[in-house]
Design a protein. Structure first.
Length: 279
């Protein structure tokens, strides 16, 4: 399978001609099995950047949401508004949980901004599942990623609040990646990798045995990692034989630079406007 990837939304900008940046993530993926929108950013730049980059969002065969945080889902009404009719939206059942970022006495709501009935009124047909699955020939969603590594903890600032007002750790079980099986190898498109970059890649390898992972692109959540986690991640990355890693979004500038120094030519910054082909 041939695939063409265009980054529509990201914190930084690679293209100098009208593309805007935002704290968010959205990727347009063109394949032999149709075109797919993976995440939607905050909704600030999606429509503008799609127009500047020549992407017709109305051609989306489906929309995939990596998890239920606002910086990946708030552009969903914009994306739905570009469709000629209803469209499937693939996600995890935890998509609509009420989510927060909380540190000490500071807190902020960070979940999906819209209700399911509102989005369905705009044409969303939600397809919610927890397991690894094919959504088209050669295109897969990882579903829930097993947490097996000892060095990739759940972010302690991610919280849920129950009906009594009590706070609980958000396990972010809905964190998932999209995988495209190309002639060159697997393309893995991450959202934020809240489940851990290595956990995610191990799950992909176990789910599609014998297929090499060629390119990984997206948020790695390493921007919040302690130095020991980053070092352990780098140690384990070599075992996958990845040819290219395009880290972005929640990777952070400092740890993104460290990844670039460690990986050399295998690394690239996947900013808004970045475009490449594989297969």
């Amino acid at each position: 399978m041939q695939v063409r990837v265009t980054v529509l939304c990201e914190n930084s900008v690679a293209s100098p001609f009208g593309v805007v940046g935002e704290h968010g993530w959205a990727v347009w993926i063109e394949t032999d099995a149709g075109s797919w929108l993976f995440d939607t950013g905050q909704g600030v730049g999606l429509r503008n950047n799609a127009a500047v980059l020549g992407v017709d969002l109305a051609q989306a065969q489906g929309i995939v949401l990596s998890h239920g945080h606002y910086d990946h889902t708030a552009g969903l009404p914009t994306a739905l508004g570009e469709q000629d009719g209803s469209v499937q939206v693939f996600a995890h059942p935890d998509l609509f949980l009420s989510r927060y970022w909380k540190k000490e006495d500071r807190q902020r709501e960070i979940g999906l901004r819209y209700t399911r009935p509102y989005l369905e009124g705009l044409g969303a047909r939600f397809d919610l599942a927890t397991g690894f699955r094919a959504i088209a020939p050669g295109i897969y969603l990882t579903g829930e990623v097993p947490r097996t590594t000892p060095f990739e903890p759940v972010d302690p600032a991610m919280k849920l609040r129950d009906a009594d007002g009590c706070w609980h750790q958000d396990p972010l079980l809905d964190d998932q990646a999209l995988v495209v099986d190309t002639a060159a190898g697997l393309l893995v498109v991450l959202g934020c990798a809240h489940a851990g970059l290595i956990n995610t890649l191990q799950h992909v390898r176990a789910s599609l045995p014998g297929r090499p992972i060629h390119t990984v692109i997206g948020g790695t959540h390493l921007g919040f990692a302690e130095p020991a986690q980053l070092e352990a991640t780098l140690d384990h990355l070599d075992s996958f034989g990845i040819r290219r890693l395009g880290a972005s979004h929640c990777t952070g500038l400092a740890n993104g630079a460290r990844l670039a120094a460690a990986l050399g030519d295998r690394y690239f910054f996947a900013a808004a406007g970045c475009r490449f082909e594989l297969g």
